[in-house]
Write a protein that binds this ligand. Structure first.
Ligand code: ZN
Length: 280
């Protein structure tokens, strides 16, 4: 199942087009795309049940929004691909490095990213959305708490990320538009192996990042386990899982996003996001 956010309305996406869930369910489910995660099991059952389906309609990709637009909590993992650690010359971490991206930075999968400075970088990432409340869950059971996967960018202003004696990442990653995701959430039954997907980032037609999510040091179920040791994961929470090698500042010389750039972020079996970079 592909489910997401079309003009701020919960929408199923099929080969034939978009199906509005509130209309199709006769109001059983609200239009708010965020609200569905609190009733995720009920929603999955409704989608699987025989039902009268309203006609699927064509839609404009520009109207797609983030599949989970207003999560209670947002988590992001740093330094989580072996190749990215090698290029940054970091040791393999013993625990996941966890920060947040404030939801005011959320954006849809198509459109513009406004860069506030000349040192803004890309980070293609697999994003997992929580579908069930989780507390003290083991990694073996971690996938059971995930509603599905989507594509994300953890856009980052590099100098702010590393400033000060004890750098805090979140501010550098939370300018408006710095956390796009989409084009939709894909449920886990759609994947042969949800832990092994090709992820890539293409800047102006040039492949700058290409990896497989099987190279993650802390996998999605491991992240669920680690987070749920200290807090309760809530339905609709969003987890940015980290970026592979090939980010701009590790190029020699560094490359940063510039006005006019075209950024394409893709994960196999999920889809792609396309953004144009504009200056402030
Ligand atoms: Zn990141």
């Amino acid at each position: 199942m592909r489910v997401g956010n079309l003009s701020n309305r919960l929408t199923l996406f099929t080969e034939l087009g978009a199906i509005d869930v509130e209309q199709s369910s006769g109001g059983l489910f609200a239009a708010d795309p965020q609200a569905v995660y609190d009733r995720w099991d009920e929603f999955i059952a409704w989608v699987a049940s025989p039902r009268s389906v309203t006609q699927a309609v064509p839609y404009a990709t520009e109207s797609l929004g983030p599949p989970a637009p207003r999560p209670r909590q947002v988590f992001a993992i740093g330094a989580n691909y072996r190749a990215h650690l090698e290029e940054a010359d970091f040791p393999v971490p013993e625990w996941p490095m966890i920060f947040t991206k404030w939801p005011s930075s959320f954006a849809g999968p198509f459109g513009e990213i406004v860069i506030p400075t000349d040192s803004v970088d890309w980070e293609a990432e697999l994003v997992a959305i929580v579908g069930r409340r989780a507390r003290n869950v083991t990694a073996e059971r971690g996938w059971n708490y995930i509603a599905g996967l989507t594509v994300g960018q953890d856009v980052t202003e590099r100098p702010i990320q590393v400033r000060g004696v004890m750098p805090q990442f979140s501010q550098s990653k939370s300018f408006p538009g710095f956390s796009p995701s989409g084009p939709w959430l894909v449920t886990l039954d759609e994947f042969t192996d949800p832990g092994d997907l090709e992820i890539s980032c293409i800047l102006n037609g040039r492949v700058v990042q290409k990896a497989r999510t099987s190279d993650l040091i802390f996998t999605v179920p491991m992240i669920v386990a680690e987070l749920s040791k200290t807090l309760t994961l809530e339905p609709g929470d969003v987890i940015f899982t980290g970026t592979p090698g090939g980010v701009g500042y590790n190029h020699k010389p560094p490359i940063y996003l510039a006005a006019g750039d075209k950024l394409v972020t893709t994960i196999e079996r999920i889809g792609e996001m396309r953004h144009s970079i504009v200056s402030h």
